[in-house]
Design a protein around this ligand. Structure first.
Ligand code: ADP
Length: 150
């Protein structure tokens, strides 16, 4: 059984995340979406809401499990028996950042990180931009799945 973890803040989930999840699903038997829940981070949406947006979106997808977690990603992987971490790459900045983390995670645990390049259509989307639009009362709806509503 190939089980992967797709970790992130998902504050909120965007069409960019959705794209990576749907394409990642073709590679693994099960995909656990790990919603980070660190007390020192200031999220716009509470953990429960971030999880519900994702659960609602994938309600009919049997291969997807949504869980919250805190602490080290590799420790969470071990606790759920995931041998892979899935990450999306949008640009060179993502690559530089992710490279160091992937090397470190493999050194710590042997867990491999699998990267998917973003689709051109969604590569510019980030949760940060979506939050900025929401704060300024703009129309964020075309950037997120329809399960994400205020
Ligand atoms: P984090 O707080 O770990 O950066 P995010 O929720 O922002 O969490 O992102 C989780 C994962 O989704 C990361 O691998 C990130 O590169 C990827 N991702 C974010 N936005 C997009 C996008 N528009 N297209 C593809 N992947 C994305």
């Amino acid at each position: 059984m190939r089980r992967a973890l797709f970790p992130g803040s998902f504050d909120p989930i965007t069409k960019g995340h959705e794209d990576i999840i749907l394409r990642g699903l073709t590679l693994f038997d099960e995909l656990v979406i790990g919603v980070g829940s660190n007390t020192e981070k200031n999220y716009m949406f509470p953990t429960k809401k971030r999880i519900n947006f994702i659960k609602k979106l994938f309600v009919n997808e049997k291969k997807i499990i949504v869980n919250k977690y805190n602490g080290l990603t590799v420790d969470f992987c071990k606790s759920i028996n995931a041998s892979y971490i899935l990450r999306g790459l949008r640009n060179p900045a993502d690559f530089e950042f992710e490279k160091a983390i992937a090397h470190t995670n493999r050194k710590l645990s042997g867990i491999e990180t699998i990267f998917l390049l973003t689709s051109a259509k969604t590569s510019y989307i980030s949760s940060g931009i979506v939050r900025e639009i929401i704060i300024n009362k703009g129309d964020y709806k075309s950037l997120v799945p329809s399960s994400v509503r205020l």
